[in-house]
Design a protein around this ligand. Structure first.
Ligand code: ARG
Length: 451
């Protein structure tokens, strides 16, 4: 493609080192669409005849069909997807093919292709997130009233329901969707026409090209347009944080399916056995999810690091954006799909949850609240309940069976009424709190939002 200036061929090792076709072939559909839009604008500008345009369009469509069908031979010597397609087009249609690259550089071309690719994948990943939300919501509905302890510091805190716990993840995933939608707005901008870095002396209708490709607007600074990779960084960040959320969910489930907790059973189809210990049933999907989150974070840091020292404008370092991008997309899509399937089939062991939730210590805060309602200042109430807890720990008498009045006269005979788990939960009616009624109305709200 640049033979005019060079006297010898690119060294074999340099070709191997610099090629990106082994992975950027994935951009072929975007590359074809971008080239057709560009050719349209060339025809409108009188740079191509209608016949030449038709040859280019048909040629590109055939190349696309050949790649679809696995019949296209990619050449490492042609470096990347852009040059592979252009060279083959010219080989097939002759002189018209050689006109296609007028007023265009691979720099604005690759930025266009990658933005189009990211746009499609943001949408696909959003669908994946919705499916997982929907699986979580179904389980939340089934177990809306199943009480279990909630933890801080992994120590038993207060009672909630399984529904409430699972809805917390629906919320996190919803913020992930918001971040993706936001990232989509910034990435849906057309760089085509920015050329190598300073546009072109040949004027094409940039807006028409952008419209044809479904971009919201055109970029407004050619130097920024060819060297900006913010949109990929943002996308990688949104995927990383989504991964972090899935990793936290995994950790909850790993704990919950241990014998020590025994709160859930994952289906045989989504767990694995041990080659040595016959009794084992391992939550590998959760562990792999937790592990893959490391890759997502690594990919984000890789690109941030690649970009941080680059002078304007395009530098070849930027070619290193694609492997992390593709890897994160593949990783997250599969992770979302397998988790959605696993959650849909997950069963909650309600009797174990109830047993754990029946620990009267979970209602120690409720006892302090009861004292407050009798007029005791909260700090004093906290101390009085603390004394009762210490007594319970020392004597081994459950908190709800202690003679509280012996600890302080503020405890009247009514104090024991606090230890009714159903009532305790029903009293948590503040917006966002876990009463069964609240959880059901949250589930309705999510359903109405389309889940
Ligand atoms: N394969 C290259 C990339 O991914 C395309 C742009 C190459 N531009 C250049 N001036 N060498 O970044």
């Amino acid at each position: 493609m640049w033979k005019g200036r060079f006297a010898v061929e690119t060294a074999e090792l340099v070709q191997q080192f610099g090629e990106s076709i082994s992975y950027d072939w994935r951009l072929y559909k975007q590359d074809v669409a971008g080239s057709i839009a560009h050719a349209h604008a060339q025809r409108e500008a009188g740079l191509l005849t209608s016949e030449e345009f038709d040859q280019i369009e048909n040629g590109l469509r055939q190349i696309e069909a050949d790649i679809d069908g696995g019949k296209f031979e990619f050449k490492t010597s042609l470096e990347d997807i852009h040059m592979n397609i252009e060279a083959e087009l010219t080989r097939r249609i002759g002189p018209a093919g050689a006109k296609l690259h007028t007023a265009r550089s691979r720099n604005d071309q690759v930025a266009t292709d990658t933005r189009l690719y990211c746009r499609a994948e943001v949408d696909a990943i959003s669908v994946g997130i919705r499916s997982l939300q929907s699986a979580l919501l179904d389980r939340a509905e089934k177990y809306a009233a199943t009480v279990l302890p909630a933890y801080t510091h992994l120590q038993r805190g207060q009672p909630v329901t399984v529904g409430h716990h699972l809805l917390a993840y629906v919320e996190m995933l919803d913020r992930d969707l918001g971040r993706l939608a936001d990232c989509r707005k910034r990435l849906n901008v057309s760089p085509l026409g920015s050329g190598a870095l300073a546009g072109s002396t040949i004027n094409l209708d940039r807006q028409a090209i952008a419209d044809e490709l479904g971009f919201d607007r055109i970029s407004t600074n050619s130097m920024d347009a060819v060297s900006d990779r913010d949109y990929i960084v943002e996308f990688l960040f949104a995927m990383s944080l989504c991964g972090v959320h899935l990793s936290r969910l995994s950790e909850d489930l790993i704990l919950w399916c241990s014998a020590e907790f025994g709160f859930v059973t994952l289906s045989d189809a989504h767990t694995t056995g041990s080659s040595l210990m016959p009794q084992k049933k391992n939550p590998d999907v959760c562990e792999i999810t937790r592990g893959k989150t490391g890759r997502l974070l690594g990919n984000l840091v890789s690109l941030l690091t690649a970009v941080k020292g680059l002078p304007l404008t395009y530098n070849r370092d930027l070619q290193e954006d694609k492997e992390p991008l593709f890897d994160s997309i593949d990783t997250l899509k599969l992770t979302l799909a397998v988790n959605a399937e696993m959650i849909a089939a997950m069963e909650v062991r309600e009797e174990n949850c109830s047993r754990a939730a029946s620990d009267p210590m979970l209602l120690a805060t409720d006892l302090a609240d009861w004292l407050v309602k009798q007029g005791v200042p909260f700090r004093n109430a906290h101390e009085l309940v603390g004394k009762a807890v210490a007594e319970s720990v020392k004597t081994g008498t459950p908190l709800n069976q202690l003679d509280l009045s012996a600890i302080d006269p503020a405890y009247t005979s009514e104090a024991g009424s606090v230890f009714d788990l159903g009532r305790a939960l029903a009293a948590r009616t503040n917006p966002g709190a876990p009463s069964v009624e609240n959880v059901r109305s949250e589930i309705r709200r999510w359903r109405e939002s389309g889940l």
